[in-house]
Design a protein around this ligand. Structure first.
Ligand code: ZN
Length: 134
């Protein structure tokens, strides 16, 4: 019983393939065209402030995830963050890149944190899967 720690970071440039809690075999993939990202009003207002920086942008997102095996659906929501990376390129010129990452705040029903062993007692399996309904 191992936990894939890469699946439970706080931020993702690309969402991981979380294990579906309904069938416990498929993985959750984002449903095409369901990702919505909007910038908050206070964030838009802040663009006019002196010293405004791209890292100040506050955005919220929501989307649907679909299991690759049983087609169960999960909703995901959270915030999107921007990081500015400044560096000298190969020609010695100043350069910068912006990376975006999603910071999930909720996934309902949640993915499994670890696979449930087949030999686990039924009451333990039920308790672990109860997260789907609470
Ligand atoms: Zn599934």
């Amino acid at each position: 019983m191992t936990i894939n720690r890469k699946h439970f970071k706080t931020r993702f440039e690309r969402l991981p393939a979380w294990v579906c809690s309904a069938c416990q075999t498929g993985t959750l993939q984002m449903v095409h065209d369901t990702l919505n990202i909007l910038e908050t009003g206070p964030s838009k207002t802040a663009h006019s402030l002196d010293g405004w920086d791209v890292e100040w942008i506050e955005e919220r997102f929501c989307a649907l995830l679909k299991c690759s095996d049983c087609s169960d659906l999960a909703s995901i929501s959270g915030s999107r963050e921007h990081d500015l990376h400044q560096y000298m390129d190969m020609l010695g010129e100043f350069a910068s890149d912006i990376t975006n990452s999603l910071k999930p705040h909720s996934i309902q029903p949640p993915p499994l944190v670890f696979p449930i062993p087949n030999k686990a007692p039924d009451n333990l399996k039920e308790a672990l899967l109860r997260v789907r309904t609470h």
